[in-house]
Write a protein that binds this ligand. Structure first.
Ligand code: NAG
Ligand code: NAG
Ligand code: NAG
Ligand code: NAG
Length: 372
């Protein structure tokens, strides 16, 4: 072995250790994923240069303001265009920072020359008002946009403003822990290709908020609507919000909301005819709520507090029913004579992995088919 590479081999373990300790950015061995965490008070920003080769990049700003980059952002993007076009970047996460909105849109503008497909903004405070959209060359042609725990100085107009900085074609939009969700519907353009809207983990949303978040007729291609842990109260209230917005999802996820059965004087609501899958798991239900769609392919009632098997007249006509993790199925509850368990607690659901007896489930599924 030639002396120089041999020396390098000897040094490598040392280099590796100091790199791990000091470098804010880490690139994996496949040059695929690069993660930067700029927590140091005087971070070495140039460390991010190694991420230029990566497909997946995640950058966290240590909660600091990125105002200092604003001057650079205002320079003419033409000088980077060729370099940006050559990037392998497909997925980008930007998190933990205060970002002036001018910087955000400048970055989007430059990324318009890249082949970025998925963008996640997480734990950000976007300060100042979002500027008007560019005359030409908007931002990237994203298929997926995730906004998690982002606050917007722009207020309810943020989504419509941000939308204008993206090329059309968005298929998945996921907005969690984000304010405000009362979008300015008049300014919002239609999302003609959006098939998945996920508003989960906005516990303050509620059915009233849903009515203002689902801008009427702006989501014509919607197939999946996820509202996990979004402060929903009754399936019929959600139905009313869908009807008001003219939204016609195929699958609706209402799991992890504490749902109650609708009061008997609730006006009956007509569910979208397209709806064939409804998820009511982890909803604290003691009985099957009234006013469900009359016919479904999939109904998930797992991890509730159903004490007895639902009667056929309580259930919609459904071919695929899941009742795992209800006290009625719990082996502990079944042999309660010898081994009493606290009622209503199903350990499988605490772990959220459904390990309740498979045979029992199958029996119930068969029973359910019998009802249908
Ligand atoms: C970034 O570093 C901070 C401080 O060391 C740490 O608390 C945080 O979990 C890190 N974030 C990621 C995504 O690694
Ligand atoms: C949400 O983002 C802010 C910064 O804008 C951060 O201080 C806060 O810790 C984040 N919340 C969570 C739950 O991560
Ligand atoms: C229903 O939601 C739960 C929890 O969010 C999830 O684990 C389960 O897979 C979902 N069921 C269906 C049929 O998608
Ligand atoms: C029931 O629906 C779930 C979720 O869509 C699916 O994974 C499962 O295979 C279906 N089961 C049957 C028996 O069709």
């Amino acid at each position: 072995m030639a002396p120089v590479p041999y020396l390098l081999l000897l040094l490598l373990p040392l280099l590796r250790v100091s790199a791990d300790e000091l470098e804010p950015c880490q690139l994996d061995d496949e040059d695929f994923r690069c993660v930067c965490n700029f927590t140091d008070p005087e971070p070495d920003w140039s460390s991010a240069l190694q991420c230029m080769v990566a497909v997946e990049v995640e950058i966290r700003g240590g909660g600091r303001s990125l105002e200092q980059f604003l001057k650079k952002a205002n320079s003419d993007p033409k000088q980077y265009v060729d370099m940006v076009r050559a990037l392998r970047l497909r997925r980008l996460t930007v998190g933990a920072a205060q970002v002036p909105s001018q910087l955000l849109v400048a970055v989007l503008h430059v990324l318009g020359y890249s082949r970025l497909k998925e963008l996640t903004l997480e734990d950000l405070e976007v300060t100042s008002l979002l500027p008007p959209p560019p005359v030409k060359d908007p931002g990237p042609a994203l298929s997926t946009l995730r906004i998690h725990n982002v606050s917007w100085a722009t207020g309810g107009a943020w989504l419509s403003k941000l939308q204008q900085w993206l090329k059309p074609g968005l298929r998945v939009l996921n907005i969690a822990q984000t304010h405000p969700l009362a979008f300015s519907c008049a300014q919002l353009r239609t999302f003609p290709t959006l098939t998945t809207l996920d508003l989960s983990d906005n516990p303050g949303l509620s059915e009233r908020g849903l009515t203002t978040a689902l801008c009427p007729h702006k989501f014509p291609a919607l197939q999946d609507l996820a509202l996990r842990n979004a402060g929903m109260e009754t399936p019929s209230g959600v139905c009313a919000a869908l009807a008001a917005a003219g939204v016609q999802p195929h699958r609706l996820d209402l799991s992890h909301n504490s749902l109650r059965a609708a009061a008997s004087d609730d006006p009956r609501c007509v569910w979208p005819r397209t709806l064939n899958s409804l998820n009511l798991s982890f909803a604290g239900l003691e009985q099957v709520p009234k006013g469900l769609p009359p016919k479904l392919s999939v109904l998930d009632l797992s991890c509730n507090r159903l004490n007895r098997a639902p009667r056929p007249d309580e259930l919609p006509e459904v071919s695929n029913l899941t009742l795992d993790g209800n006290p009625l199925l719990d082996p502990g509850a079944l042999k309660h004579q010898e081994d009493p368990m606290p009622s209503g607690v199903v350990p499988a659901c605490a772990r959220s992995a459904l390990t309740v007896g498979v045979s029992g489930t199958l029996a119930l599924l068969q029973g359910a088919r019998g009802y249908a």
